[in-house]
Ligand binder design. Structure first.
Ligand code: CMP
Length: 144
């Protein structure tokens, strides 16, 4: 299935200069970058993005963390990219993430887990619509 997913390097990932490392992993895997921008996430976008977590005790800290610095938001396209990127990113709790995954190689704590990846095709569509205007997504092909 050809699909798209939202990947975001969170503020700790940007602060730790991990943007290139993360992009490299997705490019090497064979996925196609179709949108990318650096932004300071607004409370409005974060509120919608984390809507389902509103009642969690860690929610206020999560919003503060995500607003603590710039985020690099990307849309990646490819065969089964939603599922594959979840596997590449690793468990939410970085301390449980397997070596070889982004979190398992580069982070140690659940509340500083450096990267976001959409968890289903449906959620990916919503998240891409929340973070990007359609004109910011480029349909490019490799020319031959
Ligand atoms: P992610 O899965 O990308 O999106 C939800 C985020 O909430 C998750 O990453 C963590 O950053 C954060 N989170 C989830 N569970 C906890 C927790 N128990 N304590 C702190 N942060 C959490």
């Amino acid at each position: 299935v050809r699909e798209r997913t939202l990947i975001a390097v969170k503020p700790d990932g940007v602060q730790r200069r991990l943007v290139g490392e993360i992009i490299k992993r997705f490019e090497r895997r064979g996925f196609k970058l179709v949108g990318m921008k650096m932004l300071q996430a607004s409370e409005a976008v974060l509120g919608k993005h984390y809507h389902d977590l509103q009642r969690k005790p860690f929610y206020p800290a999560l919003i503060r963390y995500m607003a603590s610095g710039p985020v690099v938001a990307m849309v990646w396209e490819g065969h089964n990219v939603v599922r594959s990127s979840r596997l590449m990113v690793g468990e939410t709790d970085s301390s449980q993430a397997k070596p070889g995954t982004v979190r398992g190689d580069l982070s140690v704590h659940i509340s500083r887990n450096i990267i976001h990846a959409s968890d289903s095709v449906e959620v990916a569509k919503k998240e891409i619509g929340l973070w990007f205007h359609s004109a910011e997504l480029i349909n490019w092909e490799t020319s031959d």
